[in-house]
Design a protein around this ligand. Structure first.
Ligand code: ADE
Length: 248
């Protein structure tokens, strides 16, 4: 999969993409990341990429021309249904695991990092296919948001996670928060690992994990239960958790 990142701060991407899973994925040839400086597509010697808003007001607006030219150069001849162009901005739809899975099915993603007060609305209306926000807060620019999207998508690609099953049991992949996990030692400062995980009863372990996942979701993100994929046994467990909560 290829990521094209259009930014006015290409140097921001050096550290994060040169470590950890992203580096391994790049070294293995699973992903290719191309960071493009939007200023290279500015038409003047000052490499101007922003200007004052028509109608007045504070803040600068990212200009159309360099952004259109950069996208057109990067995507010349591409089928846009396989290679969507995405603007990162706080006005976009809020990124989640479902969107990450959907994007992981594309061949190429082009991410535009917005800046200043915003981008010329014609970029939104006539250039991009999608607009994504990573949450209801405002960052100084779309760069960190682009990194979040690249990370969340890359880890879903085949061959990136050593154990493929670990993506399937992720939090949110079935609409629930993931269960708790433990490793050695069995006892740490008097805090014990749940007994059931130490035995070899795989049925009991599966049941404990499902219950823990349901309990955590009910406690921390009850909103997720409305859309989660729940069977009759899950509903029974949730009722029991609810009853116990009132008792304790
Ligand atoms: N740019 C500024 N804030 C942002 C956000 N929350 N998500 C994506 N891009 C942004």
């Amino acid at each position: 999969m290829k990521f094209n990142i259009l930014t006015i701060f290409p140097e921001m991407f050096r550290g994060p993409f040169d470590a950890s899973m992203l580096k391994a994925a790049r070294d293995a040839g699973v992903v290719e990341v191309s960071v493009i400086d939007i200023r290279d597509y500015a038409g003047d010697k000052h490499r101007t990429v922003d200007d004052y808003p028509f109608g007045g007001g504070s803040g600068m607006i990212m200009k159309c021309e360099p952004v259109f030219l950069a996208v057109e150069a990067v995507l010349a001849g591409r089928d846009r249904s396989e290679a969507p162009v995405i603007l990162l901005s706080p006005q976009g739809r809020v990124f989640d695991q479902k969107i990450a899975l959907d994007l992981a099915g594309k061949k190429e993603l082009t991410l535009i990092c917005g800046h200043y007060k915003g981008v010329d609305e014609r970029i939104r209306d006539h250039l991009v296919d999608d607009e994504i926000s990573i949450g209801d807060y405002v960052l100084t620019g779309g760069e960190l948001a682009a990194m979040v999207v690249v990370d969340a998508v890359t880890r879903l690609l085949p061959g990136v996670l050593g154990d493929l099953a670990s993506a399937e049991t992720d939090s949110f992949s079935d609409g629930l928060i993931e269960c708790g996990h433990y490793t050695r030692p069995r006892s740490f400062r008097g805090h014990e690992v749940p007994e059931v995980l130490l035995g070899g009863d795989h049925g009991a372990i599966r049941e404990w994990r499902r219950r823990d996942s349901l309990r955590k979701t009910a406690e921390r993100r009850p909103d997720l239960l409305e859309t989660a994929d729940l069977g009759p046994e899950d509903k029974r467990i949730l009722e029991e958790i609810e009853k116990n909560r009132h008792i304790s």
